[in-house]
Design a protein around this ligand. Structure first.
Ligand code: 5AD
Ligand code: SF4
Length: 446
């Protein structure tokens, strides 16, 4: 095995799962002698871990590849070599097309194959030809990553427990790029959680494209897994994302009422407030179903902070449909939410629809929705002033003597205090609110 000092730069686009995957790529490469760098000029290997969810995200990759090509040429003229890899969902969706469009690329591999990186690099070195790998060996991947040995920094960590999706919403590429729904076995998840806790992690965010569809043996659902993980010494807080309304079962709702380690923040996208659009999206639930579900969740956990995703300008969306979306947002009252203009994705059913909404209409709707969401977020934050909230202190703040952490509702909180509080949950009196954060002073440390 080659162990000479080499450097790798992994640039991450898109969702938290890519953040998790990028960290795992670093771990897979470490035994080959690769250390991480943030400087492209120093790197022997640059991996773009890409996102295909909207056109803009995918196009970013090609513009970055243009820049990297120049760096690669420069390196070659100095007698060196820079390898360029495209990983993630663009790699899965476009495969060979990437090699045609960007000649400088040496390796293309999808989100389920990066545990094979050592073999892929060896194949590239042997043949000198571009390597394209696009299998879906989810089980093999997690088995091999379960042995992960990489150190973690920080008191919060992501942990992927589920990957892929079988729901086939008509706008979404995920079922094609991440493959079929796959749940990691609970023992493997627990081992990784224990390892993270042993390294100082206090908060885990369980990740999955359909995280609440996770299931173990014998009918165990996410509620059971949460119970198991919250008994691990050192784990103080658990979160999970992203959930689908259809998979929000009674046991999970009950867990929010009973388990104080399960944080009162839920990312539960509805995408649209119009039943007609929801049907065309193949979401398999109505607006009324969603609102009833929210009511049940709030009955179990009255202070639950809700978050969501919305798409405006889905094919055929009328002004009345859009008004219905605004009405749902008004009714729910979100602590935060993401909203996007519909972006046609090649190969998805909605992209084939003839009734596409004009760009300027999409933009006007997006701005109106975002203004409403921003108002709700600011109301939510302002309502915290004067309260005492338990804050998990994560890191030093920007100013000396300042610390930064998160409230149970995932708000960033700045407070003054000694660095010794990092990793602890401290009761914090909230006395100010900024654009995207709260500020306060701590009262007691748990
Ligand atoms: N266009 C716009 N937004 C999309 N999303 C998924 N696919 C598309 C698309 N084609 C949004 C959804 C999803 C979030 C991750 O991205 O709101 O929940
Ligand atoms: Fe995409 Fe729908 Fe699956 Fe979410 S549930 S990943 S939006 S297909």
């Amino acid at each position: 095995m080659e162990t000479s000092a080499k450097k790798v730069l992994v640039k991450t686009y898109g969702c938290q799962m890519n953040v998790y995957d990028s960290a795992r790529m670093g771990e897979v490469l470490a035994p080959l002698g690769y250390a991480a760098t943030a400087a492209p000029e120093e790197a022997d290997l640059i991996i773009l871990n890409t996102c295909h969810i909207r056109e803009k995200a995918a196009e970013k990759v090609y513009s970055e590849l243009g820049k990297l090509r120049r760096l690669k040429d420069e390196r070659k003229s100095q007698g060196g070599e820079l390898l360029i890899a495209v990983a993630g969902c663009v790699a899965q969706a476009e495969g060979e097309e990437i090699v045609r469009r960007a000649k400088a690329v040496d390796l293309v591999f999808g989100p389920q194959t990066y545990h094979r990186l050592p073999a892929l690099l060896a194949r590239r070195a042997e043949t000198g030809a571009t390597v394209v790998e696009a299998d879906f060996p989810a089980e093999e991947k997690f088995e091999s990553l379960g042995r992960g040995t990489g150190p973690v920094r920080g008191v919060t960590a992501f942990l992927t427990i589920q990957e892929g999706c079988d729901k086939f919403c008509t706008f979404c590429v995920v079922p094609y790029t991440r493959g079929a729904e796959f749940s990691r076995p609970p023992a493997q998840i627990e081992a990784e959680a224990r390892r993270l806790a042993g390294q100082g992690v206090r908060e885990l965010t369980l990740l999955g494209q359909n995280v609440n569809a996770w299931h173990g043996d014998g009918g165990m659902g996410l509620a059971g897994l949460v119970a198991r993980l919250s008994s691990i010494p050192g784990i103080e807080r658990l979160r999970y994302m992203t959930s689908h309304p259809r998979d929000m079962d009674g046991a999970l709702i009950e867990a929010h009422a009973e388990n104080p380690k399960l944080m009162p923040f839920l990312h539960l996208p509805v995408q649209s407030g119009s039943d007609r659009v929801l049907k065309a999206m193949n979401r398999d639930h109505t607006t009324t179903d969603y609102l009833k579900l929210i009511a049940r969740i709030r009955a179990a956990r009255p202070d639950m902070a809700l978050s969501g995703d919305f798409i405006v300008g889905f094919p055929g969306e009328t002004d009345a449909d859009f008004r219905d979306t605004l009405a749902v947002v008004e009714e729910v009252g979100y602590a935060s939410a993401f909203s996007f203009k519909y972006s046609p994705r090649p190969g998805t059913p909605a992209a084939e629809r003839k009734v596409q909404v004009p760009e300027e209409v999409k933009l006007a709707r997006l701005l109106e929705l975002q203004a409403l969401i921003a108002r709700q977020q600011s109301d939510f934050n302002r309502a915290c002033v004067g309260k005492s909230l338990p804050v998990l202190v994560e890191k030093p703040g920007r100013r000396p003597g300042q610390l930064s952490g998160r409230s149970p509702y995932l708000q960033a909180v700045h407070l003054d205090g000694p660095e010794g509080l990092i990793g602890r949950v401290v009761e914090t009196q909230i006395d100010g609110v900024g654009t995207n954060s709260l500020s306060g002073h701590y009262r007691t440390a748990a």
